[in-house]
Each structure stands twice: as structure tokens, then as C-alpha cells.
Design a protein around this ligand. Structure first.
Ligand code: FNR
Length: 373
């Protein structure tokens, strides 16, 4: 169908379910076990309501903000997803870079360690020099590989390192497991060693990828990474207040409240619930100024983004929606999805009676039902 006949993020998902290969759909859409967390990530947003203000001049509305010291046009970003070539075999992550830089707004792209284009290719695919890219780091058991990656990331001008910590082993993703992993049909991972290519007959792409990730990672490793780079370091995959406090203590620049899109521990709580619990405590301790809090998982509407921002998130990440848009329409799809979400945010900000991101506050929310799971 023509791209302009799609009107919301779910339309991309439906189309992807119809046209992607079984392997790509299985790997992209799957989540852990019974997928309870996957559904809860989005469902939790449905238990928060707004308290809009009236008779405010909302003619001019500004979606710009800052993240990790960089000015951003939009308060959301593309979160890291592995193997973008499964759905867009020729262009993969490059088309995400292009789509992010097209049109009125630049969007930030977080690039996965398990990307299927080389970091250099993805950086060179940017279409204007105001685009920001971040790097998502899986720490390898061989720390030399990790050190080299960090050096490469700095040299190529990426703006931050997000260390993923919620995947000491990969969750049981049964939709993906049902499809036998065929190394010859799977795109290369370009940033790492090629050990997954030797993984014959494993069940699913996830299982084959898991060889990259060091299960012995601890807080000390993150402290080491922080010492090794001048770039901001953010811990991705934090799931409770105590760990946010610990992250603040070791001096990282931020955390992403995330359960990996429900792909890891099933029955992890929705990140928006963790955010609602943690922010008042961070504020009380004055740590909200020291540490930026990001969130991802289940974000499918402009109102979802607004709720997270009201609760104090600095930025909101989306994974699958961009994979689907990139798989169905390449860079144009990525750009369209970005515009759709920007439009929804802007329109709903007006209806809420707010004209800039920094004015979004918990006072605009009715949280009474959040815990009524
Ligand atoms: C991911 N995610 C992910 N995270 C990460 O740190 N490194 C990675 O390589 C990947 N790869 C990946 C592949 C696929 C297919 C998915 C769906 C997700 C997690 C991702 O960054 C993000 O946390 C979630 O996707 C957010 O949830 P939604 O937006 O997909 O609901």
C-alpha cells in the first residue's frame, strides 16, 4: 500500500506481519516466554490518564529538548535493534540513519553492537551534519574487542555509549525459536567477530547472537568503561529504583529504564511503572539533576511519550516500530513514522495545554489506576 495510507504506528506493525519473511517477523516481533511483559509495557500506559489545562495559548508548540548535552529536535529516539538487514536486506541500519535525517526534524539513532551494517557505513549514511547517533554496547567476554569498539565509536563521532545490562543471557523467545537459525540466510554482524556464523542449527536468531555477550558483566565493568571514554555513558536495562540509585552513585550520565521490549525476563514490570516509582525518590535526593533517565518499551502513541515526559523521562526510545517501518518502506518509512509520532505529540501537547517539553510535569497526570494491574 502507498505509504501515506498508513496513519499510525500499528499500521506499520500489521503490514510487517503480512510481508516480512518468517525469520524476520519471528526475530523482530518475539518476546520472552508468555510475552506478559511485552504486552504490559504498552498496557501500563493505558492506566495513566491526563488532567489537561484549558484556555492556554498553544499556537506555538516546541518539541525540542536536550539529551546528554546535545540539542534534539524531538523528545524520542530510535532504540538499538540488532540485524536491521533481516527486514531491509540491502540497506539495513543505513536506511534508519537516512530516515532519521530526512524532512523537518532530525531524530537520534542508537546503533546496536549487533548491527548488520558496519558502524562506518551507518555513520556515513547520515544525510545532514546535525544528526546525532549513539552507540549501544554489548560488552564482549574478550575486553579487547570492546575497547576497540569504544575507540571506533569515538573516532566516528558518535555522541554517547549505552551499555546494555539486561541480557546476561538472552530470554526465551519462542516465536523466534520455532525458526531454525540458518547462518547462510542471516546478515553478517559487522562490528564483532563472526562466531555466530559457526553456530549451525541453533534455534532462532537470538540464540545464535547470544555468543557475543559476556554473562559475567558487573558494576565494576561499567566503572571501567566510564574511565575509558570521555563520551557520556548510560546504562540500558535498569529495572528498579535501587539500581538507578546505584547508577547515580558510580557516576554514569544516565540510565534507560527498559526490559528490552519484553524480550528478557518475563514478568519484569513495565518501565513506565518503574519511572513513576523512581522519579519522586530521585528528586527528593536531588539526583534528577545528576542523572538523566530514559525509557523504552511499548511506546506506540504520542500520548505514551507525553506520559513518560510528564513523569520526568529525558527521552523515550522505540525499537520495533522503526524496524517495521524500515522493513516495509526503508528510509521513507522511518521518516514517516518519525513525522507521525511528532504530529501526535504536538497535537496532544496542545490539547494538554503545554507548549514546551520542559513544562510537562506529573501534575498533568492522573496516576490512580497505574497499579491496578
Ligand atoms: C532489541 N533491543 C536491543 N537492545 C539492545 O540494547 N541491543 C540490541 O542489539 C537490541 N536488539 C533488539 C532487536 C529486536 C528485534 C528488538 C525488538 C529489540 C531492545 C531495544 O533496544 C528496546 O529496548 C526495545 O525494542 C523497546 O521496546 P519496543 O519499542 O520494541 O516495544
Amino acid at each position: 500500500p502507498p505509504l501515506d495510507s498508513l496513519i499510525n504506528l500499528y499500521d506499520f506493525e500489521y503490514l510487517a506481519s503480512q510481508i516480512l519473511t518468517k525469520q524476520a517477523w519471528g526475530y523482530y516481533s518475539s518476546a520472552a516466554d508468555d510475552e506478559v511483559t511485552y504486552r504490559e509495557n504498552h498496557a501500563a500506559y493505558h492506566r495513566i490518564f491526563f488532567k489537561p489545562r484549558i484556555l492556554i495559548n498553544v499556537k506555538e508548540c516546541d518539541l525540542s529538548t536536550t539529551m546528554l548535552g546535545t540539542k534534539m529536535d524531538l523528545p524520542f529516539y530510535v532504540s538499538a535493534t540488532a540485524l536491521c538487514k533481516l527486514g531491509n536486506p540491502s540497506e539495513g541500519e543505513k536506511d534508519i540513519a537516512r530516515g532519521c535525517g530526512m524532512g523537518e526534524f532530525n531524530l537520534t539513532q542508537m546503533i546496536s553492537t549487533l548491527a548488520s551494517c558496519s558502524l562506518k557505513e551507518i555513520v556515513e549514511a547520515k544525510v545532514n551534519d546535525k544528526q546525532t547517533q549513539w552507540f549501544q554496547l554489548y560488552v564482549n567476554a574478550d575486553r579487547k574487542i570492546t575497547d576497540n569498539l569504544i575507540k571506533n565509536v569515538e573516532e566516528l563521532g558518535l555522541k554517547a555509549i549505552f551499555v546494555t545490562v539486561d541480557a546476561p543471557s538472552l530470554g526465551r523467545r519462542e516465536k523466534d525459536m520455532k525458526i531454525k537459525f540458518d547462518p547462510s540466510k542471516t546478515p553478517e554482524i559487522t562490528n564483532e567477530d563472526k562466531s555466530h556464523k559457526k553456530q549451525q542449527n541453533t534455534r532462532g536468531a537470538s540464540k545464535a547472537l547470544s555468543t557475543f555477550i559476556d554473562p559475567s558483566l558487573t558494576w565494576n565493568d561499567v566503572i571501567d568503561i566510564k574511565k575509558k571514554t570521555k563520551l557520556p555513558v548510560v546504562i540500558k536495562g535498569v529495572q528498579c529504583t535501587a539500581d538507578i540509585l546505584k547508577a547515580a552513585e558510580i557516576g554514569v550520565d544516565g540510565v534507560v529504564l527498559s526490559n528490552h521490549g519484553g524480550r528478557q525476563l518475563d514478568f519484569s514490570r513495565a518501565p513506565i511503572e518503574v519511572l513513576a516509582e523512581a522519579m519522586p525518590i530521585l528528586k527528593e535526593k536531588g539526583l534528577d539533576k545528576k542523572l538523566e533517565v530514559y525509557i523504552d518499551g511499548g511506546v506506540r502513541r504520542g500520548t505514551d511519550v507525553l506520559k513518560a515526559l510528564c513523569l520526568g523521562a529525558k527521552g523515550v526510545g522505540l525499537g520495533r516500530p522503526f524496524l517495521y517501518a524500515n522493513s516495509c518502506y526503508g528510509k521513507d518509512g522511518v521518516n514517516r513514522l518519525k513525522e507521525m509520532l511528532a504530529d501526535e505529540i504536538e497535537m496532544n501537547m496542545r490539547l494538554l495545554g503545554v507548549t514546551k517539553i520542559s513544562d510537562l510535569k506529573p501534575e498533568y497526570l492522573d496516576m490512580i489506576s497505574l497499579h491496578a494491574r
